[in-house]
Design a binder for this molecule. Structure first.
Ligand SMILES: [Zn+2]
Length: 258
């Protein structure tokens, strides 16, 4: 049983990163251009957004690029007009106001950039992630001014949960203290796993290689193995969020999975 109809993959831009950000201790001299995604679901209960994209100001506003990236010896993301969330949503006739439910994998800046547009929506997240992100010094990849906003309606979750028939969220903490991944079941094409940052690249799963940043190495490895088990047990397809090779063969909005 599923209440889902379509899955759209939204490509929100690219991050320019040392490979070690994705693969612990491996490939330090390589710089990757990693895609950032978000996912839009057309469901019997309305539109659902999984993750909230990349704030375009991080790649366009020079003061922000200096304070958030260059001053930290990081490169700002590349966000072209075609990557803007509003542009891609408009291509399928959807406005921010039409989306009543946003589910976040975690609160790193490349997953939460458009949250300010969703004060009318329910924002579901793991309680542990929310607590960490709103605590003192959550870490460099948390841009507090993009999520600590008045009017956001937080829906805090503990562990695995089902958002609606065909949309399951599983606890994959380890990359961050409250990371969750999604399992999406579509009526025709079956089950898809969306790992988000549990593993950025195919090799994280193939070789069980830890992400560069974790809060708990054992939990992060368990998350990778859990996702592999779901893929095997449910004969699911895996849509990687940050893999620069895989993204080139993923169907992008306005195309969709059904
Ligand atoms: Zn992350």
């Amino acid at each position: 049983m599923t209440s889902l109809k379509r899955l759209y993959v939204l490509l929100c831009g690219f991050e320019i990163l040392p490979k070690t950000v994705s693969t612990r201790g491996l490939g330090g001299r390589f710089i990757l251009s990693e895609p950032v995604c978000a996912y839009l679901l057309d469901t019997d209960r309305g539109w659902v957004l999984l993750d909230a994209g990349l704030n375009p100001a991080n790649g366009r506003d020079r003061a922000r690029m200096e304070s958030r990236f260059w001053s930290q010896k990081m490169t700002p993301p590349v966000i072209r007009d075609a990557h803007l969330l509003e542009t891609q949503l408009a291509n399928v006739g959807v406005a921010f106001g039409d989306i009543r439910h946003v589910i976040l994998s975690h609160l790193h800046y490349d997953h939460a950039g458009y949250l300010g547009h969703f004060t009318h929506a329910r924002i579901s997240i793991q309680r542990r992630e929310h607590e960490h992100a709103f605590g003192a010094e959550p870490g460099m990849a948390y841009f507090r001014d993009e999520y600590d906003l008045p009017g956001l309606q937080w829906d805090l979750r503990d562990g695995d949960w089902e958002a609606q028939p065909g949309l399951r969220l599983i606890d994959t903490r380890g990359h961050t203290s409250g990371h969750q991944s999604a399992i999406v079941t579509l009526p025709e094409e079956g089950t898809f796993v969306l790992p988000f940052d549990a593993g950025d690249l195919a090799e994280n799963f193939d070789g069980e290689i830890l992400p560069g940043e974790t809060c708990d190495d054992a939990a992060a490895l368990q998350a990778i193995r859990r996702i592999k088990a779901v893929i095997a047990d449910e004969q699911a397809q895996c849509l990687l969020f940050h893999d620069p090779v895989a993204i080139q063969s993923i169907r992008l909005c306005p195309e969709f999975y059904r």
